[in-house]
Write a protein that binds this ligand. Structure first.
Ligand code: PBG
Ligand code: ZN
Length: 323
């Protein structure tokens, strides 16, 4: 008789045969940087997460450093928005300032910056408009400009999230032309049009002012199309790819991690975070257990890294339990 329980008998045996692990150095922590002074504004739908102005960032950076987290993903909230999102490629933009600040204080921190226009456009779409629609090809040069600007400020990696066709190619070419040959492009390749981004849009003040993002983000039903998106981004020169959201799309993470020989990153998005925090606050679930189970599921599915708002808590728990 095959007795599976033999290898589950004690905690140390279970640890020995454990197949998947959540490692602190594979966690990426998102940060919302808001233009202005002396701001540390809690995001209501994301308990534990705040918008920070650059001058208040140090307290959070200290927590990040203490937790042993070595990578952050930056989102900017500019003071002024306009039709073409000029704040995104302003040399003194909020993200550019944050990059320089973090680079000076924590030279080893892996700084990744989200490259998109939605936080910077008055209409809140991820590209610029013509004839009431998001114009793919008019948007491409701006994305390259944003990436070059972030690279100039000292970013380690750029992460385009707007789901414009050929955004990777445009950014890669732009970076190379300016001599930034060694800045990787981490593409949000398989990004679905998801209800799970709700809390993020409060946090980043980036909700579209009309319509929705379904003409550029993917239909939640399409797994094969996600693989095509990834294939195309890799052809264009993406160094790593992101699948997003995570929990409802573990099949996409599984398939792509088996099929492509690049690191696949899972984005454990704001809505996933909010649900866990809300249920935990009510005492309906055990937060630590649920968070670690969710993150472990993403690793088991094949994610190499995980972008998560739980990163600081998770790092603490991982250290505590010596996993
Ligand atoms: C912007 C962007 C979004 C997220 C990451 N980059 C929101 C959106 O597409 O509306 C979502 C992240 C999250 O929900 O945690 N392009
Ligand atoms: Zn966007």
């Amino acid at each position: 008789m095959d007795r599976m329980r033999r290898l589950r008998r004690t905690e140390n045996i279970r640890k020995m045969v454990r197949e998947s692990h959540v490692r602190i150095d594979e966690l990426i922590y998102p940060l919302f940087i808001i233009e202005g002074e002396d701001i540390c504004r809690p995001v209501e739908s994301m308990p534990g997460i705040c918008q920070y102005s650059v001058d208040r960032l140090d307290e959070e950076l200290e927590r990040i450093d203490k937790a042993g987290i070595s990578s952050v993903l930056l989102f900017g909230i500019p003071a002024c928005k306009d039709e073409t999102g000029t704040g995104a490629y302003d040399e003194n933009g909020v993200v550019q300032q944050a990059i320089r600040h973090i680079r000076a204080k924590y030279p080893d921190m892996v700084i990744i910056a989200d490259v998109c226009l939605c936080e910077y456009t008055s209409h809140g779409h991820c590209g610029i408009l013509s004839g009431g629609e998001v114009d793919n090809d008019l948007t491409l040069p701006l994305l390259a400009k944003i990436a070059v600007s972030y690279a100039g400020a000292g970013v380690d990696m750029v992460a385009p999230s707007g789901m414009m066709d050929h955004m990777v190619e445009s950014i890669r070419t732009g970076l190379d032309k300016e001599g930034f040959l060694n800045i990787p492009v981490v593409s949000y390749s398989a990004k679905f049009a998801s209800g799970y981004y709700g809390p993020f849009r409060d946090a980043a003040q980036s909700a579209p002012q009309f319509g929705d993002r379904r003409s550029y983000q993917m239909d939640p039903a399409n797994g094969r199309e996600a693989l095509r998106e990834i294939e195309q981004d890799l052809r264009e020169g993406a160094d790593m790819v992101i699948a997003k959201p995570a929990m409802a799309y573990l099949d996409v993470i599984k398939e792509s991690s088996m099929r492509f020989n690049v690191p696949v990153i899972a984005y454990n998005v704001s809505g996933e975070y909010a649900m866990v925090k809300a249920a935990a606050a009510k005492g309906w679930i055990d937060e630590k257990r649920i968070v670690m189970e969710n993150l472990t599921g993403m690793k088991r599915a094949g994610a190499k890294m995980i972008i998560t708002y739980h990163a600081l808590d998770a790092a603490g728990w991982i250290r505590e339990d010596g996993i």
